[in-house]
Design a protein around this ligand. Structure first.
Ligand code: ZN
Length: 132
């Protein structure tokens, strides 16, 4: 704690300067309490921005795996291949590439889903025809 009048260093608990005798202005308690927290929060915010400047690009990996299991294996695998590329490209800074792979993964997941759905419908129709 330094005297605001003469600049002499005093003990933390001192209320008057030992050199010039002037009352030492204590910082407001609230300011002392909250300032470090605010600074920490600001620093954390900065770190978040620094750590995560990459935009979120969905990789559709779960969709790809689901359609592969339940719908259509070949198209689902194409979808998985693209989905697996999204995060890698994103980490490499290739955001355009990541978006492209993401879009391809979504497209192939839908193709797989459509084909799977169509085949289910066709098998259903076939079953009805045979049973009728
Ligand atoms: Zn002083």
């Amino acid at each position: 704690m330094y005297c605001t009048n003469c600049g002499t260093e005093n003990d933390d608990g001192a209320r008057f300067c030992k050199s010039c005798g002037k009352a030492i202005a204590e910082p407001a308690p609230s300011a002392r309490r909250f300032e470090p927290k605010l600074t920490e929060a600001a620093a954390e915010g900065m770190e978040d921005v620094a750590a995560g400047p990459l935009p979120h690009v969905p990789n559709y990996l779960v969709h790809a795996i689901l359609v592969t299991i339940f719908c259509c294996l070949p198209f689902g695998i194409v979808s998985i291949v693209y989905a697996a590329q999204v995060n890698g490209k994103l980490q490499a800074g290739d955001i355009a590439g990541a978006r492209q792979a993401s879009a391809a993964a979504r497209t192939w997941a839908w193709v797989s889903f459509g084909v799977g759905l169509a085949s289910v419908v066709l098998w259903g129709l076939l079953f009805i025809i045979i049973a009728a």
